[in-house]
Ligand binder design. Structure first.
Ligand SMILES: [Zn+2]
Length: 106
């Protein structure tokens, strides 16, 4: 699971912590959610939107855990309505599934 190449790359790139499982990974291995001004929390598909962000592995389990703990809201110090939370979760779930489909390792 952790090849020597991965370990070497880890030292060269910034690591981010998944709010679901707490593992640290490279930015490209994580989905980023960003708190925008006026538009609430959005999935940052390109990882470049300005603003405070939180990260999640491309794993449904991490999303579930984060959702249960309201980890995204707590990290960003905001509160979402149940509708907003549901929409966000759905969007991230679809993104995770697509990322995993596009990855030949899965
Ligand atoms: Zn995770």
């Amino acid at each position: 699971m952790c090849s020597p190449l991965d370990a070497r790359e880890d030292r060269l790139r910034p690591l981010r912590t998944c709010v679901g499982c707490g593992r640290r990974r490279g930015k490209r291995e994580l989905a980023r959610l960003v708190l925008t001004e006026g538009r609430g929390v959005l999935l940052d598909r390109k990882g470049k939107s300005p603003g405070r962000g939180v990260y999640l592995c491309f794993e449904a389990q991490c999303l579930e855990t984060a959702d249960k703990r309201r980890a995204v809201e707590r990290s960003l110090r905001i509160s979402l309505t149940p509708d907003q939370r549901q929409l966000l979760k759905q969007e991230v779930m679809e993104f995770i599934i697509r990322m995993n489909e596009g990855d030949p390792m899965h």
